[in-house]
Design a protein around this ligand. Sequence first.
Ligand code: 5GP
Ligand code: ZN
Length: 109
Amino acid sequence: MAACIFCRIIKGEIPCFKLFESDKTLAFLDINPLSKGHALVIPKFHGEKLTDIPDDSLAELLPVAKKLALATGAEDYNILQNNGKIAHQVVEHVHFHMIPKPNEVEGLG
Ligand code: 5GP
Ligand code: ZN
């Protein structure tokens, strides 16, 4: 989809800090991170919502989010996925957020 920001990132037309890439999947750092290491995991197949994406393009997304969560070393993290404007989706290309949460005990220290 020509105007889609994430499709343009996939094509290399917009730069990103790439974390993982395969034939079906791309993961990169969020441009406006909610925490250090906030990553986005997207299918290369364009679709707005989870229900628009074929299963074979979805299969790798959670395993990649899991690898990224492990790579950050964060004990706690959120995996989020919004579908539609009312559900707070802004970029209309399916994406999973992987948001590491700082260790609260260390944060207080
Ligand atoms: P949503 O609210 O749609 O679930 O989240 C979209 C996410 O995409 C936001 O966290 C936003 O910061 C991120 N984002 C939007 N445009 C860009 C971009 O051009 N590059 C990167 N790396 N992230 C983006
Ligand atoms: Zn797209």
